[in-house]
Design a protein around this ligand. Structure first.
Ligand SMILES: Nc1ncnc2c1ncn2[C@@H]1O[C@H](COP(=O)(O)OP(=O)(O)OP(=O)(O)O)[C@@H](O)[C@H]1O
Ligand SMILES: [Mg+2]
Length: 214
């Protein structure tokens, strides 16, 4: 089984900054349908700040890198998702603790703590059309499949597939949380922007884990 070094975490955050820059217009478009149209801009600004911070953080521990990512997101991401994504990284940081490296199971455990932090903070339930509708099933499959005979590659493919399907499944949901709930039944038929940015974050992670690091 692979071992997660802090370079993986750094690579992941940098990939997030890149993917949110590339998908800024796409995410703003989704947020225009059922929100205020700023989600792509917010994600791009938040993760660019987090990635820039890494220049001074590369000597720090995994936990410190995760915590500082949370701090950057809290300062620069903004909006509802700024609070939730910063909470995610703070809780993941706590779970990583003083470890200098993580097993894949420990990494997914840390991310699960992160997702649970979002639920504690925002009280979203399954089917409320939020980012939790992607985080929870993706990390559930990561946990339940981690101890089976799947190869690492098969496991990562599974997680990605579940996350993709979960993001699409938000199309049919009615928003019960955040700004989008004002649209009532009219929110049905649109993919949730936060669920989509979470999918992009998971895609970036899977790419990081599948690539050999320099
Ligand atoms: N209670 C919640 N729990 C988890 N995720 C939530 C919750 N409320 C909203 N979200 C997520 O936040 C996303 C919207 O993020 P965005 O940054 O655009 O916030 P916003 O509604 O514009 O914030 P604000 O109104 O504070 O400016 C939604 O698509 C949804 O996935
Ligand atoms: Mg918005």
């Amino acid at each position: 089984m692979m071992q997660i070094e802090k370079q993986h975490i750094i690579d992941w955050i940098e990939r997030c900054a890149k993917t949110y820059q590339e998908n800024q217009v796409y995410l703003d478009g989704l947020d225009s349908d059922i929100g205020d149209g700023d989600h792509g801009f917010n994600m791009s600004r938040g993760f660019s700040a987090a990635a820039k911070d890494l220049e001074t953080l590369h000597k720090q521990s995994i936990s410190t890198i995760l915590k500082n990512t949370g701090l950057s997101l809290r300062m620069y991401l903004g909006g509802a998702s700024g609070i939730f994504y910063s909470t995610f990284f703070f809780c993941a940081s706590q779970s990583a603790g003083s470890r200098t490296h993580l097993s894949l199971a420990q990494l997914f455990d840390a991310l699960k703590h992160g997702a649970e932090g979002i639920v504690t903070r925002g009280k979203a339930q399954k089917g409320d059309k939020t980012m939790c509708d992607v985080w929870l099933p993706a990390l559930e499959v990561a946990k339940s499949q981690a101890e089976t005979a799947l190869s690492t590659d098969e496991l990562l493919d599974q997680i990605l597939k579940v996350a993709q399907e979960a993001a699409i499944s938000t199309v049919d949901m009615q928003a019960k949380k955040g700004r989008a709930q004002q649209h009532g039944k009219e929110s049905i038929g649109y993919q949730d922007p936060g669920a989509t940015s979470t999918l992009l974050m998971i895609e970036a992670l899977i790419t990081t884990l599948k690539n050999k690091l320099d």
